[in-house]
Design a protein around this ligand. Structure first.
Ligand SMILES: [Zn+2]
Length: 320
């Protein structure tokens, strides 16, 4: 990379930190970004938080990392967006961008002439992904999702990209990782375009706990070391992720009141009752039974479960 970074009309000199609002193409929406151009040449790491605006710990971690890291601390370039989905953040809206009701993480590579979600996806995929040597997308359980920390890495791109992504996933301090075969997510699209990438899930249910923010920051500091943006040694972790496979995203086909029997991180056995769906008079609509032994990655803690809610997400845990 040349010493000066140019992107979307922004200019960041070597050894400079820029904190600004980046307009989404021809809209009035502006994304808060921090770009830290390190003292010496090195890799470029792109970090996005808040592609879903109600997923707070990653957003807070990115804000604080952007504030605390100086150009003298790194080589290469660190780009942070916090949050990408600023509209949903202020609206406290789960999953979608309020302007168009679309899930930004299902819109990649986006469309320059499309809706706000599609333009935002286009901005990232056309201008930011090509700059990045690695991409980290920070999520959480959304406002109505209670979640145990885990990380996705892409399984669809070529083996080299998938393996480079997995190598970074493996240094995170969490028990579980999932190989994703999806194509439409931001990190999936980046990986298909040739950029190794991961999506981290930590915290959720509308909380922004200090322990989740700090755990996020510790993971990102280790990622910086592993990628060579900083020379600090990788810090010891409590957990090493093991693969979770055959992940089932259990949805309800009719609206109802949801009474879950398991929390995230708990183990389930095949045949266990995962939870009950009732009507508003407490009469049973459906009993949900586990199809396999596994671990619950996240679940819906809300009583109100509109049709199409992901009630429980669980997968086979390799270490069992
Ligand atoms: Zn998310």
């Amino acid at each position: 990379m040349s010493d000066t970074l140019y992107i979307c009309g922004l200019k960041v000199e070597r050894s400079q930190k820029l904190r600004t609002y980046l307009p989404v193409l021809d809209t009035k929406t502006e994304i808060p970004v921090t770009i830290i151009n390190g003292q010496n040449d090195g890799p470029t790491l792109l970090i996005t938080a808040g592609i879903h605006g109600g997923e707070y710990p990653g957003i807070a971690a990115a804000m604080e990392l952007g504030r605390d890291i100086s150009p003298e601390d790194i080589r290469g370039c660190l780009i942070l967006m916090h949050p990408v989905n600023i509209q949903s953040f202020w609206a406290r809206r789960a999953f979608v961008i309020p302007e168009d009701g679309r899930n930004l993480n299902r819109e990649f590579p986006g469309d320059v002439n499309g809706t706000l979600s599609q333009k935002t996806a286009y901005l990232l995929s056309q201008f930011f992904f090509p700059l990045a040597d690695f991409y980290v997308d920070m999520h959480s359980g959304d406002i109505h999702e209670e979640l145990h920390p885990y990380v996705y890495y892409p399984g669809l791109p070529n083996e080299e990209i998938s393996e480079k992504s997995r190598e970074i996933a493996k240094i995170l301090d969490m028990k579980f990782m999932v190989k994703s075969m999806a194509t439409s997510g931001a990190y999936n699209y980046a990986a298909i375009s040739g950029v190794p990438s991961i999506l981290i899930e930590r915290g959720g249910a509308g909380f922004c706990l200090r322990e989740d923010i700090d755990a996020y920051k510790a993971d990102i500091r280790n990622v910086l070391s592993k990628l060579g943006l900083c020379s600090d040694p990788i810090q010891p972790r409590q957990h090493n992720p093991s693969d979770v496979s055959n992940v089932i995203y259990l949805e309800n086909d009719t609206a109802g009141c949801w009474f879950p029997n398991f929390r995230s991180g708990e183990l389930v056995k095949k045949g266990d009752e995962l939870g009950l769906l009732t009507d508003l008079f407490g009469t049973l609509i459906k009993k949900y039974i586990s199809e396999q032994d596994g671990v619950v990655l996240y679940h819906c803690p809300a009583l109100a479960a509109p049709q199409g809610t992901i009630l429980v997400t669980y997968g086979k845990f390799a270490a069992e």
